[in-house]
Design a protein around this ligand. Structure first.
Ligand code: SIN
Ligand code: FE2
Length: 212
């Protein structure tokens, strides 16, 4: 582990290959927020439409080789932002380093993500229970970084109806799930109202993925 993150890994296990690393991103939080601003200037946050025609409550953008997209035709990864036709902004070095260190800390050495979905939750926004299943790699971990307003993460099983645990997530927390836990259902309860000048009053979340 690099010195930057050493000694900060207070963890809560969520499964055999899933855990919360509390405060793991705190040393680089300001850097991450500045990078998110730059990404959003090039590829603005937008509310995607689901294949069923619902407008998502969470605003999204992407960086990396692949960006997650949804519209009436389905869910998929695209190399270019459909809004601009331009490639997604590259993964900032600070993102790659944090994702690699968090994955290693959780037992996944050598993690190199090729996509990062950036989620923005205004107070009241939620993300319903789902599996991340649009990636070709179903073993490499998802690394999920929380910034700004706190929220409750739901972590379930391999079947939608399985019971879920409620995981409180604060600014700087990182959740990692991969291997046998990679396909577990998860979601986010409505973000409670709050003030957070660091994020303009929102919860921001980065989820790193290995798509190809
Ligand atoms: C996601 O499942 O893509 C996001 C999870 C989160 O916002 O914590
Ligand atoms: Fe997800």
């Amino acid at each position: 582990m690099s010195d930057l993150f050493a000694g900060l890994a207070q963890r809560t296990p969520l499964g055999a290959q899933a855990c919360v690393l509390h405060g793991f991103a705190l040393p680089v939080a300001e850097e991450l927020l500045a990078a998110i601003k730059a990404i959003a200037a090039a590829a603005p946050f937008r509310h995607l439409v689901t294949p069923g025609g619902h407008v998502m409550q969470v605003a999204m953008t992407n960086c990396g080789t692949f960006g997650w997209c949804s519209d009436r035709r389905g869910y998929r990864y695209e190399r270019c932002d459909p809004a601009s036709g331009q490639p997604w902004p590259p993964l900032p070095e600070a993102f790659l380093q944090l994702a690699r260190e968090a994955a290693a800390e959780a037992g996944f050495a050598g993690y190199v993500p090729d996509a990062c979905l950036v989620n923005r939750y205004a107070p009241g926004a939620r993300l319903s229970l789902h599996q991340d299943r649009d990636e070709d790699d179903r073993v490499a971990p998802i690394v999920s970084v929380s910034l700004g307003l706190p929220a409750t993460f739901l972590f379930g099983g391999h079947v939608r109806g399985d019971r879920t645990v409620r995981v409180p997530l604060a600014h700087g927390d990182v959740v990692v799930w991969g291997g046998v836990d990679r396909m577990r259902f998860h979601g986010v309860l409505p973000v409670p109202p709050g003030r957070d000048p660091r994020t303009g009053g929102a919860r921001l979340n980065l989820t790193f993925r290995k798509v190809r």
